[in-house]
Design a binder for this molecule. Structure first.
Ligand SMILES: C[C@H](N)C(=O)N[C@@H](Cc1c[nH]cn1)C(=O)O
Ligand SMILES: [Zn+2]
Ligand SMILES: [Zn+2]
Length: 479
């Protein structure tokens, strides 16, 4: 290991309390992009990052994205573009993260206030919305810069940063910005690194070279002009909820089989070589159970579980807008209900082919209900799957960084979640993209009690810095 890396690691350890305080300050800003009432906090979070970057000596450009198309009274938060270092003799690396978070309410079942970073000193777990997704990783890059400065160690690369505030609401406006800036702000980038995903388990780091895509649908069933009393109208009106539940029930079974004809034919066949790949991955069924908080898995073994997560599509039913869902026993007949479901897509599924099969299937099933209600189905948002080659110097550098910090070789993984801009970065810049996660599979991102372990945060800051040292010198050959 290069001697300056040990100095950097020691400095990160020395500064760990201040890095945790910085994460606490970020978590305290409820930058929920989905909630119009909290939109000003997303802007506040952009200010927070801009101020920190300027204090570190980076240059910052705030890129406004205009008005949110679906909610024209709302302004989109800016993309923060930043550059640290401009040395023509150094490599330039582009990193991406997001500063918005998923919604969180204490009454959803959080054990602590979601917007107060609550550190359990015994376990090292740091609870708070955005701790792992994605404020910890975003601050990781800034902390790496600061630790270099405080240790008097030369920063090994020129760092370009792209931080957005709408990722949790479909990255509105970002694709166009990336395409535009590929030949402008990002023109010097030689490789891209994204830290917005998770280790496969809780112990061993991984590098990620694939993501599933996502196509998100809204299925609306409408009948009466207003909600009705079920005692007065039950039995004499065609109930929209009955039709909707019937339709939703035709999409998927409880073994995860998607019931839409033609969909599985779009999936790339499994080769013998690929089958072998899953056996070598460090993953135990217990890792899955830990993440689930139960043992209610579909598959009994790790190979099928990993394949189901990474290389096969899945269909999830998320909720029903307009349905009664509060505690108690309201005897209402909802007049209009909107079922929300999404399909995680994989090679070689083309989003437009998936849409067509979904619409065809739902129209066919709708005819069978012989109902006199009306039905409408539409696509909310979609992002395509991404699979790249990990045989690239960008991955080789990250692998060395993992070994230097964690003393193990990382697993090479794909992931079931979606980060649609990954493909956009790859296509627009023409450069290799690497996913370098900081958090673990037990972090409960998007869920109640989201957390980041102290170990993952502090060693993760070391990892990001070490990656920059190795990527600065890794020979530029495809391996
Ligand atoms: C993997 C990443 N951290 C993430 O959680 N992505 C979201 C993206 C998304 C898609 N629709 C809405 N948000 C995900 O995979 O759900
Ligand atoms: Zn994220
Ligand atoms: Zn997320």
């Amino acid at each position: 290991m290069a001697p300056q890396l040990q100095g950097y690691f020691d400095q990160v350890d020395l500064m760990s309390d201040s890095f945790i305080a910085r994460l606490a300050a970020a978590v305290a800003i409820p930058s929920v992009s989905a909630d119009p009432e909290l939109r000003h906090h997303v802007f506040k979070m952009a200010d927070f990052l801009e101020k920190l970057l300027l204090a570190l000596g980076a240059t910052v450009e705030r890129r406004p994205l205009g008005i949110e198309p679906a909610r024209p009274t709302l302004e989109l938060p800016p993309v923060i573009l930043s550059r640290y270092g401009n040395d023509p003799n150094k490599r330039t690396i582009l990193v991406y993260g997001h500063y918005d978070v998923q919604p969180a309410l204490k009454e959803d079942g959080w054990a602590t206030d979601p917007f107060v970073l609550s550190v359990d000193e015994k376990t090292g777990k740091m609870f708070g919305r955005g701790s792992t997704d994605d404020k910890g990783p975003v601050l990781g890059w800034l902390n790496a810069i600061e630790a270099h400065q405080k240790a008097g160690i030369e920063f090994p690369v020129n760092l370009l940063m792209c931080f957005e505030g709408m990722e949790e609401y479909g990255s509105e406006g970002l694709d166009d910005l990336i395409k535009k800036e590929a030949k402008n702000y990002f023109k010097d980038a030689e490789a891209v690194c994204i830290s917005d995903n998770y280790w496969l388990g809780a112990e061993k780091p991984c590098l990620t070279y694939g993501l599933r895509g996502v196509s998100y649908y809204e299925l609306t069933v409408h009948g009466p002009a207003q909600d009705l009393h079920s005692g007065v109208y039950g039995g004499s009106v065609t109930e929209p909820m009955t039709d909707l539940v019937k339709l939703l029930g035709t999409l998927v079974d409880n073994k995860g089989n998607i019931l839409i004809p033609g969909l599985s034919e779009l999936v790339a066949p499994l080769s013998e070589d690929e089958k072998l790949l899953y056996q070598g991955i460090s993953f135990e069924m217990q890792d899955l159970y830990d993440g689930l908080g139960s043992e209610t898995s579909i598959h009994p073994d790790k190979e099928r579980t990993l394949m189901a997560r990474w290389r096969y599509p899945s269909l999830s039913i998320h909720g029903i807008e307009g349905a009664f869902s509060a505690p108690g026993a309201k005897t209402v007949i909802p007049a209009k209900v909107i079922g929300k479901f999404s399909i995680r897509t994989v090679p070689n599924m083309e989003p437009k082919d998936v849409d067509e099969l979904v619409y065809q299937h739902l129209n066919f099933e709708w005819e069978k209900t012989r109902t006199n209600n009306t039905m409408k189905v539409g696509l909310g948002h979609a992002g395509k799957w991404w699979v790249s080659s990990p045989k690239h110097w960008n991955f080789a550098a990250a692998s060395k960084a993992v070994e230097s910090v964690f003393k193990v070789k990382p697993d090479m993984t794909r992931e079931g979640g979606s980060i649609p801009v990954t493909l956009t970065f790859e296509q627009a810049t023409g450069k290799n993209v690497l996913l370098l996660p900081m958090g673990s599979s037990t972090d409960a991102a998007h869920s109640i009690n989201e957390k980041l372990d102290k170990r993952n945060y502090i060693e993760g800051i070391k990892l990001l810095g070490a990656y920059l040292h190795y990527v600065a010198v890794e020979p530029q050959i495809e391996q």
